[in-house]
Ligand binder design. Structure first.
Ligand SMILES: NC(=O)c1ccc[n+]([C@@H]2O[C@H](COP(=O)([O-])OP(=O)(O)OC[C@H]3O[C@@H](n4cnc5c(N)ncnc54)[C@H](O)[C@@H]3O)[C@@H](O)[C@H]2O)c1
Ligand SMILES: [Zn+2]
Ligand SMILES: [Zn+2]
Length: 397
């Protein structure tokens, strides 16, 4: 079969590789109809997360069951399924508690597994014509319809970015009437706007430095904050202080809530750029900004990735050790949520949100390309080229 294979930093290749074969009774093989490129793939692509050459990437996978092992009970050949990016057994202590992001049995080196990802076990990714699914009854969500119908793009986003964004809004404690700030207007940030709306947020600010991504966020109903125009925290504070609605019926002291927002989301991660010099990285810039702009008692959803090893760095940063304004974070009484999203906590509900026509996450999709264009699309998405918001690879096109 054909697959997109990692051959070193910034070097993806489309190669002919052996088809996957069923090894365990509960394995299944999926014929992939759509596989997206995630912002998380870019950390490995750029050589900033450890992964060996030869690995197939891709953990946002939609397709049809092609073959099942003798122990698979609930899936049948021909079923349409999306695969949560977490690979999990469904039976261990953490899976039983619904923390499928930290399954204890699928990865000998760490808690939690994923397709084609650094530190997440030996699994091949799904930017390929076929992919092997372990514990298939548990790791595949059944879907209605047929390949390439009107839900194809919405459904592939159920593998990762939509539930991840939804999880971010949960960690950030978004509730009806909340004010929210989202750093990063990539796919996760944009769908965090959608999820915050689903949860009833009142005002949603979103920060980035790419005009086309901010424009998309504006179309979706958020207030765009362009880092090119200066300190994003100051920009938000100014906007809020000038919002008469916030002060018109304020009790004494309540004007202080115009100083910030209640819920903060980091949809950027450790490769954050410095707003004062966009060519530089500043690993903690978003965490610092969140500490500034989130109000006392607020919640932070740190869904952007931070890793314990960064081959592109030296010193402490090479081990993911960063200086943080911890004293202020503590003094403000923040609740801080981090980590890989446990997709299974959200995907059933979001599937029905999509089928019921209550949300259309595919509004962020900008490109559908054949697998052969995978390497080129990695390059263009990595450059955050104008118009490239979310890329879906079509393995059979
Ligand atoms: N926790 C999880 O389960 C999970 C799942 C999927 C993705 N992620 C992570 O989420 C992050 C975002 O991924 P994505 O797919 O949206 O793509 P992305 O990486 O393209 O999006 C990041 C956006 O952040 C912007 N940005 C950079 N520095 C910034 C700063 N200082 N302030 C504000 N914005 C800044 C970039 O311009 C870019 O548009 C990545 O770190 C990715 O690995 C985590
Ligand atoms: Zn991802
Ligand atoms: Zn488990």
């Amino acid at each position: 079969m054909k697959a997109v294979v990692y051959r070193g930093p910034r070097n993806m290749q489309v190669e002919e590789v052996p088809d996957p074969v069923i090894r365990e009774p509960r394995d299944a093989i999926i014929k992939v109809t759509s596989a997206a490129i995630c912002g998380s793939d870019l950390h490995m692509y750029e050589g900033r997360a450890e992964i060996e050459e030869g690995r197939i990437f891709g953990h946002e996978i939609l397709g049809v069951v092609e073959e099942i092992g003798p122990g698979v009970q609930q899936l049948q050949v021909g079923d349409r399924v999306v695969l949560p990016f977490n690979i999990a057994c469904g039976e261990c202590f953490n899976c039983m508690r619904q923390f499928t992001n930290a399954c204890l049995t699928v990865n000998p080196d760490f808690a939690g597994g994923a397709y084609g990802y650094s530190m997440m076990g030996p699994y091949q990714g799904g930017q390929a014509q076929y992919v092997l699914v372990p514990y298939a009854d548990f790791n595949a969500l059944k879907l209605p319809g047929a390949p390439d119908d009107e839900f194809e793009d919405d459904f592939v986003l159920l593998a990762d970015v939509f539930p991840t964004a939804h999880h971010a809004t949960k960690l950030a404690g978004v509730k009806p009437g909340h004010s929210v700030v989202i750093f990063g207007a990539g796919p996760v940030g944009l769908l965090s706007v959608m999820s915050a709306q689903i949860r009833g947020a009142y005002e949603i600010y979103i920060v980035d430095h790419y005009a086309f991504r901010l424009e998309k966020a504006r179309e979706m109903g958020a207030i765009p904050i362009d880092m090119n125009d200066g300190d994003p925290v100051e920009q938000i504070k100014t906007l809020r202080k000038n919002n008469e609605l916030l002060t018109a019926y304020a009790r004494p002291g309540e004007e202080k809530i115009a100083d910030g927002v209640l819920s903060g989301i980091d949809a950027v991660g450790y490769q954050a750029h410095d707003f004062e010099d966009m060519s530089r990285e500043d690993h903690t810039q978003v965490l610092q900004h969140l500490t500034d702009i989130v109000l006392p008692t607020g919640c932070l959803g740190i869904i952007g990735v931070y890793l314990p090893n960064d081959p592109g760095e030296e010193g402490d940063a090479a081990q993911g050790i960063y200086p943080l304004p911890w004293g202020m974070m503590w003094s403000k009484g923040f609740t801080v949520g981090t980590g890989q999203a446990p997709v299974r906590q959200h995907d059933l509900y979001l599937r029905d949100v999509v089928i019921g026509g209550k949300a259309k996450p595919s509004v962020i999709v900008s490109h559908h390309e054949p697998l052969d264009k995978g390497p080129e699309m990695y390059e263009r998405f990595d450059k955050r080229e104008e118009g490239v918001t979310k890329v879906i690879l079509k393995p059979w096109a």
